[in-house]
Design a protein around this ligand. Structure first.
Ligand code: NI
Length: 137
C-alpha cells in the first residue's frame, strides 16, 4: 500500500447523510474505506472498458446430460487456454453442474470467453464477475 493522503470533499448534506446511512448498513468501518471502494470500482470499470489486463471469474450452471454440452464447453476452454488460470467443477445435484473458470488477460478476451460459454445450448446461467489484477488500483 502506498502513502495515505488526507483530503477534504464538499458534499450536499442530504447526500452525505444518505451515504453514511448506506455505508453503515453495508458495515463499512469508515467513510475512507467506503470512498476508496467507490474509486476502485470506477477504476476497475475503466480497466474493463479500456481493454487492460484484468482478472475475472465465469460461473456457469448447466445440465451435464444435455447432448454434446460438456464437450463443447471443454473445447471452448481449450481455445482460451492461455487465459484460463484455473477451473473447478461441482456436481450440484443429479443433473446440474456448477463450473467456475478463473481467468486473467485482456478484458476483451475474457468477455469473449464468457459470451461463448453463455451461448452454448443447454447452459442455464452464466455470470461473469469482472475484477482486477490489483496492480493499478
Ligand atoms: Ni457435474
Amino acid at each position: 500500500m502506498s502513502e495515505l493522503i488526507r483530503f477534504g470533499i464538499s458534499l450536499d448534506k442530504k447526500l452525505l447523510e444518505s451515504f453514511d446511512k448506506h455505508i453503515r448498513l453495508k458495515g463499512y468501518p469508515t467513510r475512507s474505506k467506503a470512498v476508496s471502494d467507490l474509486i476502485r470500482g470506477e477504476l476497475v470499470k475503466k480497466e474493463w472498458v479500456g481493454g487492460s489486463e484484468v482478472a475475472g471469474s465465469i460461473t456457469m450452471v448447466y445440465d451435464h446430460h444435455k447432448r454434446d454440452l460438456v464437450n463443447t464447453l471443454t473445447s471452448i476452454q481449450h481455445d482460451f487456454h492461455n487465459l484460463i488460470v484455473s477451473s473447478q467443477h461441482v456436481h450440484l445435484d443429479h443433473d446440474n453442474c456448477l463450473e467456475i473458470v478463473i481467468a486473467k488477460g485482456k478484458a476483451k478476451m475474457l468477455s469473449e470467453l464468457g459470451d461463448k460459454l453463455n451461448a452454448v445450448k443447454g447452459v442455464k446461467h452464466v455470470s461473469l464477475s469482472m475484477t482486477t489484477t490489483g496492480k493499478n488500483v
